[in-house]
Design a protein around this ligand. Structure first.
Ligand SMILES: Cc1cc2nc3c(=O)[nH]c(=O)nc-3n(C[C@H](O)[C@H](O)[C@H](O)COP(=O)(O)O)c2cc1C
Length: 422
């Protein structure tokens, strides 16, 4: 074992099989292979036919220091049943970029080339890094495939949100190399490298959690933000996974490590978060801890705004879509439990109760973010869980304890017998 520069521990002599699909982001795999090799992780590359249109087998083989596998019907390899060997020799299969096509094949059990056959034949954990145009990512078919793959225990890293090679902006960008490395390390080291927890009081439940702040761009260098650290949402995500839930965490910009076993989608603005959150429906439970900006600028300056003698610039604001309210009112796709968070600076309970009414969520968790409350970025908090029936306060506890307290109530609501038995 050794410590990396980022403080993570990597076990030496681990081996992964990297399946490179046919997308623009395939070029990032060259850097990924190089970084994995620095960490002592051996990569066996598999290039799909379409993948070879984007990176050459020669570059991949040179960086990996290993033969590139492409052909299912390769006589030399298949005398030893190569596709089974490739699975056996790896600790983890990584698909990057995971194209819409590869995801569709894997979700439906198709096996018509080496990569898809390998994905069907393996009993090793699989990590996918999706990369595609935003419309492809948001298409109902890809949503279905993503959900099926998650239900099957496939791990995901990304996609992120931002400008794409096709000129559009939104979710669908492949996660950055460092993020993929982090997810690989997690998968190789932690319990998520074993099959998904199928036990625990939240097993089989899909939980959507939003966390952190949002950044509302003003121009290419400036943005409107808030003081949310994301710590509470990340702690809830970890607690939910530990109870067996299938957790998707939609995170605004924050420098926190992804809790193990959680599918993380990084976003920047409230609009991105709205799109990413609604794309997760249907799900069983939604917990909205993110401090989403109420407003964004009406127009985004394409160049950095300059000081001028003609006076101060006027920022015209427009309202952002309301994620909590939208999830709470989502008709047949409404999660069976929607929990909002209310960060208040005065009349905490009164304002939180009013927010619950307006947003039509089931519970609201209020906390004091005034200078006195000092919750932002802190590890300690005081929370008030407000529902139709009651108000329960947990004073001066860690955010981890607050997460456990909240999720105990969730389990209690879903299955009262489970709590009694604990
Ligand atoms: C220039 C170009 C870029 C493409 N980029 C992507 C992409 O980023 N993601 C994706 O899912 N498909 C992308 N496609 C489409 C795939 O290449 C196509 O669906 C292919 O069949 C995928 O093969 P695979 O299953 O081997 O990955 C792109 C196609 C072209 C021509």
């Amino acid at each position: 074992m050794r410590q990396t520069s980022k403080g993570k521990i990597v076990t030496k002599h681990k081996s992964i099989t990297l399946l490179i699909g046919g997308g623009i982001a395939a070029y990032k795999c060259l850097e990924l292979i190089r970084r994995l090799s620095d960490l002592g992780i051996q990569t066996t590359p598999v290039l799909t036919k379409a993948g070879t249109e984007f990176v050459t087998p020669l570059s991949v083989a040179t960086l990996a220091g290993a033969q590139v596998h492409s052909d299912l019907f390769d006589l030399k390899n298949e005398t030893e049943i190569g596709h089974i060997q490739l699975s056996r020799q790896s600790d983890l299969l990584v698909v990057a970029p995971a194209t819409a096509d590869l995801m569709a094949k894997a979700a439906n059990g198709l096996a018509n080339d080496l990569a898809s056959t390998l994905l069907l034949a393996t009993d090793k954990p699989v990590l996918m890094a999706p990369a595609m145009n935003v419309r492809m990512w948001e298409h109902a078919a890809t949503r279905r495939n993503f959900k099926t793959l998650k239900d099957d225990g496939i791990l995901f890293v990304g996609p992120g949100s931002g400008p794409m090679a096709c000129g559009e902006t939104g979710p669908g960008r492949m996660a950055e190399v460092e993020e993929i490395i982090g997810a690989i390390q997690e998968a190789l080291l932690s319990k998520i490298s074993s099959p998904k927890l199928t036990t625990g009081p939240l097993a089989g439940k899909s939980v959507l959690i939003t966390a952190g702040p949002t950044h509302e761009p003003i121009d290419p260098v400036r943005y409107i933000a808030n003081r949310s650290s994301g710590k509470q949402g990340f702690a809830i995500a970890q607690a939910a996974v530990d109870l067996g839930a299938d957790v998707t965490l939609i995170a605004g910009p924050c420098a926190l490590e992804t809790p193990r076993g959680v599918t993380r989608i990084d976003v920047e603005s409230a609009l991105d978060m709205f799109e990413a959150a609604t794309a997760q429906l249907p799900c069983d439970i939604a917990i909205c801890t993110a401090a989403v900006a109420d407003w964004r600028t009406q127009s985004l300056a394409s160049q950095k705004m300059k000081k001028s003698d003609t006076g101060l610039p006027v920022l015209e604001l427009t309202e952002n879509p309301d994620i909590l309210k939208t999830l709470s009112a989502h008709g047949p796709q409404r999660p069976s439990l929607v929990i909002g968070f209310a960060a208040e600076t005065e009349n905490i309970i009164e304002h939180a109760r009013a927010k619950r009414e307006t947003k039509q969520c089931d519970w609201i968790v209020a906390n004091d973010v005034s200078a006195k409350g000092d919750v932002f970025g802190n590890d300690q908090t005081t929370i008030h869980i407000i529902s139709d029936e009651d108000l329960i306060t947990f004073e001066n506890i860690s955010k981890k304890e607050a997460s456990n307290a909240l999720l105990r109530r969730v389990v209690d609501m879903i299955n009262p017998a489970q709590v009694a038995a604990q």
